[in-house]
Design a protein around this ligand. Structure first.
Ligand code: BG6
Length: 487
């Protein structure tokens, strides 16, 4: 049984219910399944079902009898997450639903609520005993926690401690939707199901790695959350560091949660700490100013709805990470993200070293070979390298071999939430973050946050909306042949 707290929110209608719908359509949901929405709003199950019907129509284009059958598995319970009595009532209702749907005491609680409410819900679940599994109780109990997981190292630690007081680590599923993306999962397949790439995947052949997540959208209507977060917390602490770990990790001995998590943590442990004094050398932030997209003007961050006029929150962040281990010594990892960039593109670009002795250099602009993994959109992998342009002279040009998911496999790729919800229902934590990883990721970023928050650090560089970030981001590269790729 999936029990969603915060069910009247946007995530439930846009992502979670459509994801469960697709799982049902693919026959992947267990026969014995029910979804229970929980929120403060007074609403009957019928009213909630009607809302979900509209959501399916809007986001999936589904209607008709199949939707009716699907909606029959959805229920709603209203209540205040801070009210202890409510959890007693909820427990009874869940038991009744167990009888009706045969869900045998299995519970997957999903906290789709603002971070300040996670703790209340988790504590109350514990007090009401809804967390218990084993000891003669039927079924399993798991909890999914959305990001952000903490606001800094201290709050992340405190959150881990409070959750651990109620749930054991194997019951906790900290969601990072990037890990559910097909293209991110495919990185390990690409590396480890083919024997030809892994031998190149190291300091001997790789010059540097870039990981970019560029968005065209601005802050939208999320200033309440975003202005106290910023790009570093919003994208780098979780999504992009996870991607970096998948690219940089050693091959795990098995594709299971324990082995994969262990290797990812080892990557973070190899990251050379950046001291507060070094932040200006290794990290750059920026905030978008007014600009335009194809002649359509957009306003700057500080002019956006609910953003303070003197906000210093970064909407762009870039960091150079150094990994101190045998595989990656001397290979910088450049990680960058920004809102209001020229186009939407998340990609990993691995630039290979120049050939050691260039016998065709005369008159030729020799570009180093690159491997680009396009996470989204236009999902695929491209290898670019030099080739001889046909003709009597030895003129070289850059050519590209391109694998495109859609062309190769066709069909519809599952959304990240489908994969992650199913994994949680199956109890597979491979694509979720564990407490050690979360705390280490915050620990690495704390000096950057400290330097950027210092009252002396008043100037936040700006960049025109529709450009690739502040000029300062180019200064991260201290080698002539390195520059940001435009994915
Ligand atoms: C979310 C961030 O986690 O990821 C958003 O809070 C961001 O600010 C989003 O827009 C990006 O996700 P995706 O899947 O569109 O790259």
């Amino acid at each position: 049984m999936l029990v969603i707290f915060g069910a009247s929110g946007d995530l439930t209608r846009r992502k979670l219910v459509p994801a469960i719908w697709h799982l049902q359509q693919q026959g992947r949901l267990p026969e014995q399944f029910a979804l229970v929405g929980v929120a403060r709003s007074e609403m009957s199950t019928d009213e909630f079902r009607q809302r979900m019907r509209e959501a399916l129509d809007e986001f999936v284009g589904a209607s008709g009898e199949e939707v009716d059958r699907f909606l029959a598995r959805i229920n709603y319970v209203s209540g205040d997450p801070g009210d202890a009595e409510f959890y007693g009532r909820l427990g009874q209702q869940l038991q009744q639903l167990d009888d009706a749907f045969g869900t045998a005491g299995n519970r997957c609680f999903y906290c789709s609520v603002p971070p300040q409410v996670y703790l209340t819900i988790i504590e109350q679940i514990g007090i009401a005993g809804l967390n218990q599994e084993g000891q003669g109780k039927p079924g399993w109990v798991r909890i999914i926690v959305e990001k952000p997981f903490g606001h800094d190292l201290d709050t992340a630690r405190a959150l881990n401690q409070s959750i651990h007081a109620v749930f054991a680590e194997h019951q906790i599923f900290r969601i990072d939707h990037y890990l559910g993306k097909e293209t991110v999962q495919n990185i390990l397949v690409f590396r480890l199901a083919n024997s030809m790439f892994e031998p190149l995947w190291n300091r001997r052949y790789v010059d540097h790695v870039q990981i970019t997540a560029a968005e065209t959208v601005g802050v939208e209507h999320r200033a309440g959350y975003y202005d106290s977060s910023g790009a570093l917390r919003d994208m780098i602490q979780n999504h992009l560091l996870q991607v970096m770990c998948v690219v940089a990790m050693e091959p795990p001995s098995a594709f299971d949660a324990e082995s994969v998590r262990l290797e990812k943590l080892k990557v973070l442990k190899a990251v050379r700490p950046i001291s507060v004094g070094q932040v200006d050398r290794f990290a750059v932030r920026g905030q978008y100013a007014a600009g335009d997209y194809d002649g359509t003007a957009v306003q700057g961050y500080r002019q956006e709805e609910d953003v303070p006029a003197n906000s210093r929150t970064e909407t762009f962040a870039a960091i150079e990470f150094t990994l101190d281990n045998w595989r990656w010594q001397g290979v910088p990892f450049y990680v960058r993200t920004g809102k209001r960039m020229p186009h939407r593109a998340s990609a990993i670009t691995m630039q290979f070293k120049q050939a050691p002795h260039l016998i065709f250099a005369g008159g030729n602009d020799l570009r180093p070979s690159t491997l680009t993994i396009r996470i989204q959109p236009d999902e695929g992998i491209a290898l670019s390298f030099s080739g001889k342009i046909p003709g009597p002279d030895v003129n070289l040009g850059t050519v590209e071999m391109d694998f495109n998911y859609q062309d190769a496999f066709g069909g519809r790729s599952p959304e990240a939430y489908e994969t992650l919800l199913l994994d949680c229902l199956l109890g597979d934590g491979t694509l979720f973050a564990d407490s050690g990883w979360i705390e280490k990721s915050w620990e690495l970023l704390m000096p950057v946050l400290e330097a950027w928050n210092a009252t002396s650090a008043t100037r936040v560089p700006t960049y025109r909306a529709g450009t690739w970030g502040p000029r300062e981001a180019d200064d991260l590269f201290d080698r002539d042949w390195r520059a940001w790729a435009c994915p």
